[in-house]
Design a protein around this ligand. Structure first.
Ligand SMILES: C[S@@+](CC[C@H](N)C(=O)[O-])C[C@H]1O[C@@H](n2cnc3c(N)ncnc32)[C@H](O)[C@@H]1O
Length: 228
């Protein structure tokens, strides 16, 4: 499979797997989320005391609902029609069907003046620099980009510590997943380099740990727009 086919399958998987994904998120079936990654991203976003947040790749909208409980106004965007429909149904924010490709080709579609732009496990494709650059225009001057992603040291699995395409079967999440998802693995060095190349300055790097094992659950990057 070439890169374009992988990107197509990645996007398509979020339409075909949407019902199973909504069930996994809403029943707490993703153990790492309950063990700390949900709390970690909420904490990272709220640490910026935001009034307005843009949740990019918002999925079924749990983060918007959680932030709304803290009085934050959230706009969620995602390229999966069924996930946006689930998010709208559950409420807690304003949700729009909008793909990364649409944001990249017309950054104004992401809006502007956000205190935080957050991507929670939502950067799965290879060329992330154009999207991150486009999103920098959606931030208020003192705003922050918050990215939570798989920790590269645990996310590498049995494979080499090197950037490259991997595949998620969702087997650990049980029944109902119709399609595997290609995703692009990045080393820690690559994550930090991508931020710099996209016009950001790393402000903080966090490694939420699993309290039971002490192992890192995820990698959290908080970045600011480089001054022009
Ligand atoms: C692992 S889910 C995370 C969803 C949500 N952020 C959460 O924490 O539950 C990845 C999300 O990224 C979205 N996504 C992936 N590629 C996309 C693209 N090219 N355009 C828009 N959304 C995309 C998917 O539709 C999916 O909702």
């Amino acid at each position: 499979m070439n890169g374009k086919d992988r990107e197509d399958q990645l996007r398509q998987s979020w339409t075909e797997n949407a019902p199973a994904w909504v069930a996994s998120v809403r029943t707490g079936a993703i153990a790492s989320r309950g063990a700390g990654t949900d709390a970690a991203v909420v904490d990272a976003v709220l640490s910026r005391a935001p009034r307005r947040v843009l949740d990019v790749g918002c999925g079924e909208g749990w983060l918007a609902r959680r932030l709304a409980e803290s009085g934050v106004a959230v706009v969620g965007v995602d390229g999966s029609e069924p996930l946006i429909a689930s998010a709208r149904e559950a409420g807690g924010g304003e949700f729009h069907l909008l793909s990364y490709e649409e944001i990249t080709s017309d950054p104004s579609r992401a809006g502007g003046g956000y205190d935080v732009v957050v991507l929670n496990f939502a950067l799965l494709h290879r060329e992330i620099e154009p999207l991150l650059r486009a999103l920098s225009g959606a931030l208020a001057p003192s705003g922050a980009l918050v990215i939570q992603t798989l920790h590269p040291w645990s996310g590498r699995g049995e494979q080499e510590y090197r950037d490259g395409w991997r595949e998620e079967s969702f087997a650990a999440l049980g029944e109902g997943y119709a399609r595997a998802m290609p995703w692009y693995f990045r080393t820690l060095e690559s994550w930090v380099a991508e931020l710099g190349a996209s016009g950001y300055r790393l402000v903080e790097l966090r490694e939420p740990r699993n309290p039971a094992t002490g192992d890192p659950l995820s990698l959290l990057l908080i970045a600011a727009r480089e001054q022009m």
